[in-house]
Ligand binder design. Structure first.
Ligand code: UD1
Ligand code: CA
Length: 456
């Protein structure tokens, strides 16, 4: 049976107290709506329609590559009205699944169950029992215990409000029935809205029937209305991901102090210490160790490499057996070959560092290419920027750069060349040569410092 999906995302989200539309607030670094679209796509639907209204332009441009049909709901006249906007795009055959753009953790297995039920011609309704059901639509059952209707909180009697079984909003039903029922919705209710939930009574009153399916847990159907709820769902999502990683063989020193905002591919026996943030696409080889408080963004780290605490790596490629940090900053385009070392308070950018080369302390190396077994002394700076252009520094295999050297690019240091400490290198250093480019030391004996006329 073919599947169409409708995601409702036109609502305002006033309680976020934000200029950003609610569905664009990030969970694990991705907009809420992005999570819902991802889940929807796993079902391989024939069509994926997203109803937008509040902040529609912003929502569309935040997810430019989403393979969805954007459907504008000019005025937010209710959930039923929202689905009515999609009706002209829906074929008469098949099944439609309705999701909310602000309910990000719904499980693929749950959605598949709903769709399977609806494929048999029934309306499948995802429900949940809540300790505090206030605000939700209550499930009303008939004398035989069959679902008969949904009454919205604002329309419910005191007796109905005591019902704790509620509508999650997520449902699936045959397209033919949507085409039949949606045009008949009215808005004579407490909120003057076209309620999608009125179709429950219609289904119950015909042979179609309603099959309620209880959600696996409260989190998977929890919506985001304010930032507190968003924070709670963020932790729930992170706990899910941490558990998956632990069971896949990654050591997380504390699963509650690990954040994944993207995808992590990993080898065997990877160890991650506390407060590590992984963003974008990150790959860690076998036996990689990440120290506390590191941020890894779109970075690849080879087998056996160690990143020591408090390091920030962005778009970097760290070879096997390398050592990085503590307190290192690897900016985009840093490529370290096998066994290279970058130590504390070192910043690199667009830099290729050959195998077993070392930049161990207090340096800036940018727009540079270093050969193998190069030793860069403490405080070395590549002066790559003249205020307008960036220039390159090239250092040959086996070169030794003395501490506190300024390499004024464009400049080349040859193979096995040596640069004396404190040099300002402005022209090429030949292979095997020693370059010393600093003021020569002069000693003036018996030097008298100026004296103050009074006191010391
Ligand atoms: C809705 C359900 C309620 C259910 C609750 C679960 C109805 C009438 N009520 O209530 O039974 O318990 O969700 O959270 O369906 N939206 C639009 N356009 C609109 C109105 C809403 O796109 O005109 C979208 C919102 O962005 C949101 C979703 O639909 O993603 C639900 O809207 P919301 O206003 O939160 O519905 P509730 O009143 O909470
Ligand atoms: Ca809601």
């Amino acid at each position: 049976m073919v599947l169409d999906i409708v995601i409702l995302a036109a609502g305002q989200g006033t309680r976020m107290v934000s200029d950003l539309p609610k569905v664009l607030h990030p969970l694990a670094g991705r907009p809420l709506l992005g999570h819902v679209i991802d889940s929807a796509r796993t079902l391989a639907p024939r069509s994926l329609n997203v109803v937008i209204g509040h902040g529609a332009t912003q929502v569309r441009s935040a997810l430019p590559d989403a393979p969805v049909a954007w459907v504008l709901q000019q005025q937010q006249l209710g959930t039923g009205h929202a689905v009515q906007q999609v009706l002209p795009l829906l074929a008469r055959d098949g099944t439609t699944l309705i999701l909310y753009g602000d309910v990000p953790l719904v499980r693929e297995s749950t959605l598949r169950e709903l769709v399977a039920v609806a494929n048999r011609g029934t309306l499948a309704l995802l429900t949940v029992e809540l300790g505090d059901p206030s605000g939700y639509g209550r499930i009303l059952r008939d004398a035989e215990g069959r679902v008969a209707a949904i009454v919205e909180h604002k329309d419910a009697s005191a007796e109905q409000r005591a019902v704790r079984e509620v509508n999650t909003g997520i449902m699936a039903l045959p397209n033919a029935r949507l085409h039949e029922w949606l045009p008949t919705l009215g808005n004579r209710n407490a909120q003057g809205e076209y309620y999608l939930t009125d179709i429950i009574a219609m289904a119950a009153g015909t042979g179609v029937g309603v099959q309620p399916l209880p959600a696996a847990d409260e989190q998977e159907v929890a919506g985001v209305n304010n930032r507190e709820q968003l924070a709670v769902l963020e932790r729930a999502w992170q706990a899910r991901k941490a558990r998956e990683l632990l069971l896949a063989g990654v050591t997380l020193r504390d699963p509650a102090r690990f954040d994944l905002r993207g995808h992590l591919r990993h080898g065997r026996d990877v160890t991650i210490d506390v407060n590590v943030i992984v963003e974008g696409e990150v790959e860690l080889g076998d036996r990689v160790t990440i120290g506390a408080n590191c941020v890894l963004r779109n970075t690849r780290i080879g087998a056996g490499a160690t990143v020591h605490p408090n390091s920030l790596l962005e778009h970097a490629d760290v070879g096997p057996g390398c050592s990085v940090g503590p307190f290192a900053r690897l900016r985009p385009g840093t490529r370290m070959a096998e066994g290279a070392r970058i130590g504390n308070f070192v910043e690199t950018k667009q830099a290729t560092i050959g195998a077993h080369s070392k930049i161990n302390h207090l340096s800036y190396v940018g727009d540079a290419e270093l050969g193998e077994h190069v030793n860069v002394g403490a405080g070395t700076i590549t002066c790559n920027y003249d205020g307008v252009n960036k220039h390159r520094t090239t250092i040959g295999d086996g070169a030794f750069i003395g501490s506190n050297t300024s390499l004024v690019a464009p400049v080349e240091v040859g193979r096995d060349a040596t640069v004396g400490a404190g040099s300002v290198v402005t022209s090429a250093v030949p292979d095997d040569a020693l370059a010393i480019a600093r003021g020569r030391q002069r000693n003036i004996s018996g030097w008298q410092r100026p004296r103050k006329t009074s006191g010391r």
